[in-house]
Design a protein around this ligand. Structure first.
Ligand code: CTP
Length: 458
């Protein structure tokens, strides 16, 4: 089905129109395909522009001066044109997919309709003819876009068998666009989590991250659970399904609500909100707290999903710190101790995740108290109160000059000074810290000596 001009070509970037003219003047057809068409029809700004053409890669490379052979065997090259880049793929009709991810062979040179028929969803199966401005929409993508439906093109089971990544893409598009899955598409993707082992961890991570950055990740996470795909992505979260706690109700529901309520960026906040209580609450014989076990589980899972190391450690750190319980009767030294033990650079993130947790429990008082705590943290920062060993008015050099040698006891002395300064920042002056350091050192040295004398000789 070919639609009349629904997208004014004048809306497209000038460079794209020039590239299209170059194809047309050389006698080739050229179409805008994929997400750009979807976005233009939804009045959204496309992120990138993918083109489909009957020109084979070698012909495209002859048409343009700067071309990167991105994936010539699959028919894809990247054309660099006046500071813009366009991914250009020759019309394709793939045959069999024995690894559930990639076509065994790629055939070039068929028409746009065949090319569209091998794509995943109707909303992604439209093409805009860049020579005429006509929209090719053979599978009713425009209607599905208007109705808010994700529908696989043709036989859904076949589309998912060709490429298991599409199982996650279906849920991801539904979540980003807040669309429903068409019944047949939903039925075809349900229960196929084993096939997701063919999808690389990096691809799985990217789809998960897109779900988490949506307005309501809980919708996508709920779809993954209900369609029995969650075990392949976040098995620990799936285990929370049906588990209840007295204060938070069903854990899965609580965690995905937390995730919705946490800020979208940086992604660490939503990851920490989602995973902050994935370990069973009952304390095992090891005595390790549920918080610490959740942090360790999240660390393992995010590492397996190939999130960057910095993300993995930050999320685990935030989860490990989630156990703090603020009380309005805390004095400023308690607030300083919290900042110091969490690390000033993580406090805002911790408070944001804790706030989402309180909101998910509809605990208005808890939210109010956390806002109060955030205000106190910011006043402490404004006052420049010392919060770390680096902020102390004396360091290793001054202590060495005062007769405290560098060695294993020095770290303990500095910790003791920090503790004193957190309690009362006014004593952060060399003349007050040095005598204190000497007293602490002498006590430690005595203890050390006592230990050595008491220990049996070999
Ligand atoms: N496509 C597909 N099957 C896949 C991946 C992609 O059929 N597993 C097709 C779809 O037609 C898709 C197009 O290739 O629209 C471009 O893919 P991609 O750039 O990954 O997705 P977009 O639709 O552009 O959306 P997004 O950028 O949000 O991923």
């Amino acid at each position: 089905m070919t639609d009349c001009s629904v997208i004014e070509l004048s809306r497209l970037p000038k460079q794209l129109r020039t590239v299209a003219r170059i194809f047309a003047e050389a006698g080739f057809s050229v179409y805008l395909v994929g997400g750009a068409v979807r976005n233009l029809l939804s009045e959204k700004q496309p992120e990138d522009y993918d083109l489909a053409t009957d020109a084979v890669p070698e012909q495209v490379m002859q048409l343009f001066r700067r071309v990167i052979p991105t994936g010539v065997q699959h028919g894809t090259v990247t054309v660099l044109f006046q500071a813009e880049r366009f991914e250009v793929t020759t019309f394709r009709s793939e045959t069999t997919y024995s690894d559930s991810r990639h076509p065994d062979t790629v055939e070039f040179g068929v028409d746009i309709e065949t090319d569209l028929s091998r794509r995943d969803f109707t909303i992604n199966g439209m093409a805009l003819d860049l020579r005429t401005g006509l929209l090719h929409d053979p599978f009713g993508g425009r209607q599905d876009l208007a109705d808010g439906v994700i529908r696989a093109i043709g036989d859904p089971a076949e589309r998912f068998t060709e490429d298991a990544l599409r199982l996650l893409r279906a849920v991801r598009f539904a979540t980003q666009l807040q669309f429903l899955l068409a019944d047949t598409t939903r039925a075809a993707l349900t229960g196929r989590s084993r096939e997701l082992s063919a999808v690389s961890m990096e691809r799985t991570r990217d789809e998960l991250a897109k779900i988490l950055r949506a307005d309501h990740p809980s919708y996508g996470l709920g779809l993954l659970r209900d369609c029995r795909l969650l075990a392949a992505v976040l098995p620990e979260l799936e285990s929370c399904s049906g588990n209840t706690t007295p204060d938070k109700g069903e854990l899965f529901t609580h965690l995905v609500r937390c995730c919705d309520l946490a800020p979208k960026e940086p992604i660490e906040l939503r990851l920490a909100a989602l995973l902050h209580q994935i370990a069973p609450v009952e304390v095992p014989e090891s005595g390790v707290s549920a918080q610490a076990r959740s942090a360790a589980s999240a660390h393992r899972r995010l590492k397996a999903l190939r999130f960057p190391n910095a993300t993995v450690s930050q999320v685990a750190h935030l989860i490990a710190q989630m156990g703090f319980e603020y009380r309005p009767n805390w004095d400023d030294s308690d607030v300083r101790r919290l900042i110091s033990s969490v690390g000033d650079e993580y406090v805002d993130a911790l408070l944001a995740v804790a706030r989402a947790d309180r909101m998910a429990c509809s605990d208005d008082l808890g939210v109010q108290q956390l806002d109060e705590l955030a205000g106190r943290v910011s006043r402490i920062r404004d006052r420049n109160d010392p919060l770390t060993i680096r902020d102390l008015a004396v360091g290793g050099n001054e202590l060495a000059a005062a007769g405290i040698p560098r060695g294993p006891l020095l770290g303990t002395v500095l910790e003791a000074l920090l503790d004193a300064v957190l309690a009362d920042p006014r004593i952060n002056q060399p003349e007050r810290l040095l005598p204190l350091a000497q007293r602490v050192y002498e006590r430690l040295a005595d203890q050390d000596e006592g230990h050595r004398r008491g220990s049996p000789r070999n």
